[in-house]
Design a protein around this ligand. Structure first.
Ligand code: SAH
Length: 360
């Protein structure tokens, strides 16, 4: 799909024409990854963070947030629960927490892999290539690291580097692929200063990176962050991308069209914008994954990357029952097994001129 076409869809306002985008994404989803919806059990292992990202409630300077770090045994208990609930994957996510030592993470991964058949996804932010290699050897299967925006200047405005110098996320994504991880990335939608052209570039980059997993969600302002109190200016004219539901569906659908085999979640951030049926609409417009929260309830409200997160006070069992019901109501089935990304004979592409997606 060409850049101009992606941009056209991002600006599209006609409900009738958008119906054709939703249908096309849904058809491609069915054709390439089928009707199964994979459940990934999310374990938010620590909310400590050394970073100062301008939008995120976990930023180091937010001293109004109580901090926690789960013990290896607590993480293991969550993984056991995931197995009992029939999930194929656990996702270990955290702030950039140097207190989560490389050895500790490797030990947790080894034990999950020894005790359960679960696939393990890590989402622990920027860590050294040596640490990423250690975790891969310990058995980690996948890594999620969003590049957040492909606009360099905007990226730098909202991501002050680590005090001791950081890593380039795109380089790390390359490294993750070389290490044999299934690689996931993604962006926030509606970052102040993000234009439609930027977002079209982001989608083209999903294809270029040939991602196995693509996670996108609306930017949600957090009042205890600089961006949440309006310190980053929006783009001029009509160019600012809205941080809304409709744009999120467009990006999910376009991600599906440019990367037909990717695993794409209907995210919690989307469910936060529309608690009633945000996830369902995501699942019928290109998504094939949901991420029920397994974090112990006492920690869950502390993993506050943005406020009013959906499903924050439900137990893992309630979350599970609710999502199963929603999937069944769509006429889809809960995925069995690990739900790995299918290896593609043809990588994702933005360039093929006469492709089936060009028709509007
Ligand atoms: N420290 C890890 C995990 C971060 S939380 C990492 O850096 O990869 C996972 C994702 O939440 C981030 O990649 C970001 O895209 C999203 N996020 C953070 N703050 C947010 C906000 N205020 N609104 C919406 N999404 C947010």
């Amino acid at each position: 799909m060409k850049h101009a076409e992606i941009l056209g869809w991002l600006r599209e306002t006609s409900p009738g024409r958008l119906e054709t985008l939703w249908h096309r994404a849904d058809r491609v989803r069915q054709e390439y990854v089928g009707g199964e919806v994979h459940l990934r059990g999310l374990i938010e292992v620590s909310n400590y963070c050394v970073r100062m990202c301008m939008y995120c409630g976990l930023r180091a300077a937010n001293d109004r947030l109580g901090r926690y770090r789960m013990t290896p045994e607590e993480v293991l208990d969550c993984a056991r629960l995931a197995q009992r609930l029939g999930y194929g994957t656990v996702v270990l996510q955290s702030g950039e927490d140097d207190g989560l030592s490389a050895e500790m993470v490797a030990g947790i991964v080894r034990q999950i892999k020894a005790e359960t058949p679960l696939a393990v996804t890590l989402s622990l932010g920027e860590r050294s290539p040596d640490e990423l290699a250690l975790w891969r050897r310990a058995g980690a299967d996948r890594y999620l690291l969003r590049f957040e925006t492909s606009n360099r200047a905007l990226y730098e405005r909202i991501h002050p580097p680590r005090p001791a110098g950081g890593y380039d996320r795109l380089e790390l994504l390359g490294e993750l692929g070389r290490l044999g991880y299934q690689v996931g990335s993604g962006v926030m939608i509606g970052i102040p200063g993000q234009t439609f052209a930027d977002l079209a570039d982001d989608i083209a980059l999903f294809a270029e990176l040939d991602l196995d997993m693509i996670g996108v969600g609306p930017y949600l302002p957090h009042p205890h962050t600089p961006m949440g109190v309006g310190l980053v200016a929006g783009a001029a004219g009509n160019e600012q991308v809205p941080a809304d539901e409709l744009t999120t569906y467009k990006v999910i659908a376009l991600a599906r069209l440019v990367c037909p085999r990717a695993n794409i979640p209907a995210t919690t951030a989307l469910a936060t914008l529309n608690r009633q049926n945000g996830r369902e609409l995501g699942l019928t417009r290109g998504a094939n994954v949901v991420m029920p929260n397994l974090t112990p309830v006492r920690y869950r409200q502390l993993y506050e990357i943005y406020p009013n997160k959906a499903c924050v006070s439900e137990t893992a069992e309630d979350c599970h029952g609710c999502l199963r019901g929603r999937i069944a109501a769509l006429g889809r089935t809960v995925g069995r097994g690990r739900g790995d990304a299918a290896t593609s004979p043809v990588p994702c592409s933005t360039t093929s001129g006469s492709n089936e997606y060009a028709e509007r």
